[in-house]
Design a protein around this ligand. Structure first.
Ligand SMILES: Nc1nc2c(ncn2[C@@H]2O[C@H](COP(=O)(O)OP(=O)(O)OP(=O)(O)O)[C@@H](O)[C@H]2O)c(=O)[nH]1
Ligand SMILES: [Mg+2]
Length: 423
């Protein structure tokens, strides 16, 4: 991943994809209770919550000075919001890979996504096409959506398989090189293709590509899509009375999937109230304070909140009872964290000066999200481009080897020292 990560939001029509995007960002993507509200993809910046380096270095001395260029850092907690790009696409329906619904275009929009949030409507009030119904079983949606993505990639490859094999033979390429050539349009890497082949059947690597049959190809494509699009299930509309039984069923059926329960609409509602100064809210938690809560404590004069009218009061109570107190949060902050987790993203802090981290003006100004296991040299390339680097310093001013890797808390604060251009 030589560029910033991109998280795709996928699901059938009316599952709540655009609502999820709006809940995670300041976007105002159009939402609606009818299929295909979204046609063109909406891209917006979300914020991933991480524990900032400022909180742990030199006993938190830099916490109060931390000054992110993008996003923000809480000077009390050292919790940092790091920007991350999100893409909300049109709904997918069964048969999309053959052009049903809005067809392939939207699968194409997903090409550059590094991970997916699959929004599943667990209220059972929308069918596979997103049309209003009751008692629909959303268990099916998990499977067919993954299948659509697989069939889309498979279809793209199958159509050209004859010429791919001819070229492979003529150029005496390796299997990995030929597949990487085909998958590069999805932002694949040789490493990813290798992992996919290892996951599929390592034996296929030894068997000549000319002898692969349709099943072999399908196995590899399945493994590739699995590696390329790690997916978090966002079981959305958990505020609905029918959600519980559907949630249990999905969790039982998919014990190994990464699953988060969400109520995107509640998060959007709360954020609106925060903007209008009706409530104070700690994102990602159940803590939501209204004017009335402060009134009880006798501090109503300085809480800075407006009193709620009866209608809003009832809606806030509803959100508390059905979502916040039952599940501990609306789940949307957690769903983004889960997506970053399956991708193995860690925050890396490039600094100009490894001893003062940019003080006084630019303390931990920059933070980027990279995959755990990325080498220090690859990080340097992303930060510095082609500028030649003389050496790289880590915490304490110690030199760091270029082939060393990064992780949370390991080689995550780095200073790149540039030198004269090589002759
Ligand atoms: N009860 C409930 N309704 C929700 C929730 N999230 C979204 N909705 C409603 O579900 C409907 C569809 O939401 P959208 O966000 O437009 O869905 P979408 O997946 O983007 O749909 P398309 O763009 O048509 O594919 C809207 O009426 C939303 O208000 C939720 O958490 N709970
Ligand atoms: Mg939409």
């Amino acid at each position: 991943m030589a560029r910033d990560p991109l998280i795709g939001i996928v699901g059938k029509p009316s599952a709540g994809k655009s609502t999820t995007l709006n809940a995670l960002t300041d976007a105002s993507a159009k939402t609606g209770a009818f299929p295909f509200t979204t046609i063109d993809p909406n891209q917006a910046t979300g914020y991933l919550q991480v524990a900032c380096a400022c909180g742990r270095i030199e006993g938190g001395k830099y916490k109060k000075l931390c000054k992110p260029n993008y996003g923000s850092c809480n000077h009390e907690t050292g919790q940092r919001s790091v920007p991350i790009m999100l893409l909300d696409v049109a709904g997918l329906v069964p048969g999309a890979h053959e052009g049903r619904g809005l067809g392939n275009k939207f699968l194409d929009d997903l090409r550059h996504a590094d991970a997916l949030i699959h929004v599943v409507d667990v209220s059972g009030t929308t069918d596979a096409e997103g049309k209003a119904t009751r008692g629909y079983d959303p268990l099916r949606d998990v499977e067919w959506l993954q299948d659509e993505i697989f069939r889309w990639v498979e279809g793209n490859l199958k159509g050209r398989w004859g010429s791919i094999v001819r070229r492979h033979t003529a150029t005496k390429s390796t299997i990995v090189a030929t597949l990487q050539n085909q998958f590069s349009g999805y932002g694949s890497t040789t490493d990813l293709v290798n992992r996919a082949l290892d996951e599929a059947v390592p034996k296929l690597k030894e068997r000549a590509l000319e002898n692969w049959d349709a099943d072999d190809l399908a196995t590899v494509v399945r493994a590739f899509t699995h590696q390329k699009f790690p997916t978090v299930l966002s079981l959305n509309k958990m505020d609905h009375p029918d959600a519980d039984k559907n949630v249990s069923k999905i969790i039982k059926h998919y014990p190994n999937e990464k699953i988060v329960l969400t109520s995107a609409i509640s998060e959007v509602f709360i954020r609106k109230l925060v903007k209008q100064k009706y409530v104070r809210y700690e994102e990602g938690t159940e803590f939501l304070d209204t004017f009335e809560d402060f009134e009880h404590e006798g501090t109503e004069t300085d809480c800075g909140l407006k009193p709620l009218d009866e209608r809003l009061k009832a809606r806030v109570e509803n959100v508390r009872d059905l979502v916040l107190y039952r599940f501990g949060s609306t789940g949307v902050v957690q769903v983004l964290q889960a997506a970053a987790d399956i991708l193995g993203l860690v925050p890396i802090y490039p600094v100009k000066n490894i001893h003062n981290f940019g003080a006084p003006e630019a303390v931990f100004r920059d933070c980027m999200l990279v995959k755990r296991g990325t080498t220090v040299a690859q990080v340097a390339k992303r930060v510095m481009g082609d500028i030649p680097i003389m050496y790289i310093e880590g915490l304490g001013g110690l030199k760091v080897a270029e082939d060393d890797t990064v992780d949370a808390g390991k080689n995550d604060v780095l200073s790149f020292k540039t030198g004269p251009r090589a002759k």
